[in-house]
Ligand binder design. Structure first.
Ligand code: ADP
Ligand code: MG
Length: 226
């Protein structure tokens, strides 16, 4: 095994469909160094979301290995996986999935409170991130009072709150117009760089993918240079 931050080897996953078994992932292979930003592109239905669900330990592969900081996420039990998910991995989706009743700062603080941090410390960390994402003036707003781009930036802040080593982003700008998408992406990239978090970002935007450190395409079940 290499000393990469994150390494995926021989990852396979299929689903049983009415017409027979569909092999979606047929041996994914890649590794990421600390702070590296990888874009994954590929046609709809190629298995990009399935890949992120598996590497985030939300779904099990049929075979293959995943190592984060040298530890196998496959070999460990469910409780240990949940611990890794909460402390080491941050998720961003196409929809913000913020809690509608909570303000921006409360949404960002929540994962830290769950980990046992005091309210004062959690809110200090949340405010630091919101300021960095140009959202200081929106901290007390509930999601319904935020624009699409603002809500997505709050979701980015929440994903980074616990200082994860790895961010998994599934079309994080997919619901935004091109200009707003560019702004959200730039801030995501800057913040992950500062926090030294590695990123796997699935996107349909070639322009954004080109601005990442590396681009791979998921095609016919494997990752190929794009
Ligand atoms: P993408 O994100 O690249 O659009 P997905 O990972 O969502 O692709 O889906 C890849 C393929 O796997 C699709 O054909 C989808 O229908 C199928 N698939 C995904 N999840 C399941 C599931 N839980 N059960 C059966 N088929 C699934
Ligand atoms: Mg998808």
């Amino acid at each position: 095994m290499s000393n990469a931050l994150f390494e995926v080897t021989g990852l396979c996953k299929g689903f049983d469909a009415p017409a027979g078994r569909l092999e979606i992932l047929k041996g994914l292979q890649f590794s990421l160094n600390e702070g590296e930003f990888l874009a994954v592109v590929g046609e709809s239905g190629s298995g990009k979301s399935t890949m992120l669900q598996i590497i985030g330990t939300l779904e099990r592969p049929d075979s293959g290995e995943i190592h984060l900081e040298g530890r196998s996420l496959i070999a460990m039990g469910e409780a240990a996986q949940a611990e890794v998910r909460n402390r080491k991995i941050g998720f961003v989706y196409q929809a913000h999935h913020l809690i509608p009743e909570l303000t921006a700062v409360e949404n960002v603080s929540l994962p830290l409170l769950v980990q046992g941090m005091t309210v004062a410390d959690a809110e200090a960390r949340a405010m630091q991130l919101l300021e960095r994402l140009k959202l200081a003036g929106r901290a007390k707003h509930v999601p319904a009072r935020l624009s699409g781009g603002e809500a997505q930036r709050v979701a980015v802040a929440r994903a980074l709150a616990a200082r994860p080593r790895l961010i998994l982003a599934d079309e994080p700008t997919g619901n935004l117009d091109e200009h707003t998408a560019g702004e959200v992406f730039d801030l995501l990239q800057q913040l992950c760089r500062e926090e030294r978090a590695a990123v796997v970002m699935v996107t349909h935007s070639r322009a954004l993918a080109k601005a990442c450190d590396r681009m791979l395409m998921l095609h016919d079940g494997v990752l190929v240079p794009a």
